[in-house]
Ligand binder design. Structure first.
Ligand code: PEP
Ligand code: MG
Length: 562
């Protein structure tokens, strides 16, 4: 969508700029105001000046050598851990990267650039870009892909040189409105809510992982504003209204006053809902609906407790892997998870096995090239292929489950045998550990095949959890990250509602939770209740208002309203 001005300039501009109002689409609800900070790729921007004095040449070369040594150590460590914990063949990629670094450093190209009096960072960018261009021009597709590896290496070296994170967030002032062209999950993970009041992205898919992380963090977020970066600058004042899907730059005093009033009302109503959030959500006709939290490690359990969750319906553990860039051992995973979930005590915590592959890349796991990864080796398929990776997790979760109500969830189940094999593995690991009490094991239903054969899958599952983010993309054939087909990505399409109805009806009476993003949308909740869902798992900041909404509903009156 193009960002077109939708309102005219105000009469009393505060700065030299007149008010600019732009229309976007809501990714995460909320209101916020702050100063614009435009993010850049570390390859495109640099905190360093690009020119140096002749006497600095040798010192700059020393810095480059030092940065290379650090990156080589990072790669060595990645190779060692991947080799030990996953598969030695996957470590080869890091070794190949080390070789690339060695040949680049011995080429004398950095010295040549530095002698032209460019800084270390600038020299690194130039040399790596030259090599990237060489690889990109090669006919052979596999070799051509190495061009991306070159840029990745360049980013690693630059991070060492500048001490900045990938996103350049280290230089962002607290309380900013982050404006960016694209947003990756690992970048949202790196963002602290203290530093970022709101995010505005040029282009982002509704169901993308980055999008749902913004909801989990409760950061008001807008997308669908292509060309935005050419219209605004760091330092501009911005009002973000993710309810009305509006971004206002350089507001006039009247707009600012109105906005501040709305912000105050919004905060007050949130406070009221929060005051009641510890109580159960009981509909007017007396049905108790469980409202649980989708949890991500960065958010911490505090947000789950503060927002009155009835448990954790989906704990995505991928972040524990993203953050390290290395796979944790079962001991490390156990202590990290234990630390995270212990405060929940008697409430149920459903932890999903690592769901990677497809659209979710993990730095240490350089998976073989697939022409269509979303239809490839992902979720449970990958776990069954790398049983060591699955065993590490099962071991930690089995241990955890002996002291707390921990449940295990299996991602991306398609076939009955996916579930059967994971159950067999769980039983085998428990046997090795001499553990008799098995935790509940659930299947995620997020493919149409699984939805239509729920009756078979549920034979090996104690409960089901419906992942509508993936179910939507596979049913409507529209990538959840792909903003260009967002009008096809319709989670309330009749085909979706039919599948959801089938899942509830054919679950053989076993509990069914809905944990996709649609479960947190106020306008959809009545439909889901009518379809028979009685357990929702949503982003923690949405829990208080969702509970309040459920309390106002009489399910008997919903019949036939769809
Ligand atoms: C889903 O697909 O709906 C889901 C909850 O899993 P994720 O978003 O992590 O893929
Ligand atoms: Mg999913």
């Amino acid at each position: 969508m193009d960002s077109k001005p939708v309102a005219s300039a105000g009469s009393l501009p505060q700065s030299s700029r007149t008010q600019l109002s732009l229309k976007g689409t809501r990714i995460s609800p909320g209101l916020a105001c702050g100063t614009v900070w435009v993010a850049g790729d570390i390859l495109e921007s640099s905190a360093e000046t690009s020119r140096i004095e002749p006497h600095q040449v040798e010192a700059e070369m020393e810095r480059i050598r030092w940065a290379f040594v650090q990156v080589e150590r990072e790669l060595e460590e990645s190779a060692r851990r991947v080799s030990e914990q996953i598969d030695p063949s996957l470590a080869e990629i890091f070794r190949a990267h080390q070789l690339m670094l060695e040949s680049l450093l011995s080429s004398n190209e950095f010295e040549r650039e530095l002698r032209g009096l460019t800084s270390a960072a600038e020299a690194v960018k130039r040399v790596f870009r030259k090599w990237e261009a060489k690889f990109a021009a090669i006919q052979d597709e596999t070799l051509r892909e190495r061009a991306d590896d070159i840029l990745d290496l360049a980013r690693r070296v630059l991070r060492q040189l500048e001490g900045a994170d990938a996103f350049g967030l280290a230089t962002m002032p607290a309380g900013s409105v982050l404006i960016t062209q694209r947003l990756l999950p690992s970048e949202v993970v790196a963002i602290s809510t203290r530093d970022v009041k709101a995010i505005v992205v040029e282009s982002l898919g509704q169901g993308s992982h980055a999008a749902l992380l913004t909801r989990e963090k409760g950061i008001p977020t807008l997308a669908g504003l292509s060309g935005l970066l050419s219209q605004i600058h760091s330092g501009d004042e911005a009002l973000v209204d993710a309810f009305r899907e509006a971004l206002i730059i350089s507001p006039n005093p009247e707009t600012r006053r109105d906005f501040e009033q709305r912000l105050e009302n919004y905060r007050a109503s949130l406070l009221t809902c929060k005051g009641e959030c510890g109580k159960p959500a009981i509909t007017r006709d007396g049905q108790t609906i469980s409202v649980e939290a989708n949890l991500a490690a960065h958010a911490g359990i505090d947000t789950v407790i503060e927002n009155g969750a009835d448990g954790v319906g989906l704990f995505r553990i991928e972040e524990l892997y993203f953050a390290r860039e290395l796979p944790p051992s079962d001991e490390e995973l156990f202590s990290e998870l234990q630390h995270l979930v212990a405060p929940l005590r008697e409430k149920p915590v459903t932890i999903r096995l690592l769901d990677i592959g497809g659209d979710k890349a993990i730095p240490f796991l350089r998976l073989p090239f697939e022409s269509n990864p979303l239809l490839g080796k992902r979720g449970v398929r990958l776990l069954l292929d790398y049983p060591q990776l699955a065993r590490t997790q099962l071991k930690s979760l089995l241990r955890l489950s002996q002291a707390q109500d921990i449940r295990i969830l299996v991602p991306m189940v398609t076939l009955e045998r996916d579930m059967q094999q994971i159950r067999d593995l769980l039983v085998a690991v428990a046997h090795e550990m001499r553990i008799e009490k098995l935790p509940l094991l659930g299947a995620m239903i997020e493919t149409p095949a699984a939805a239509l054969t729920v009756g078979q899958i549920v034979r090996h599952a104690d409960f089901l959890s419906v992942g509508t983010n993936d179910l939507t993309q596979y049913t409507l054939v529209a990538g959840r990250d792909n903003a260009t087909v967002s009008d096809y990505y319709e989670d309330t399409h009749p085909s979706m509602l039919r599948l959801l109805g089938i899942i509830v009806a054919e679950a053989s009476g076993k509990p069914v939770t809905i944990c996709g993003e649609m479960a947190g949308r106020e306008e959809v909740i009545p439909t889901l209740l009518e379809l028979g869902f009685r357990a929702f798992s949503i982003s923690p900041p949405l829990i208080p208002t969702t509970k309040e909404l459920i309390r106002s509903i009489d399910i008997r009156n919903l019949r036939g309203q769809r």
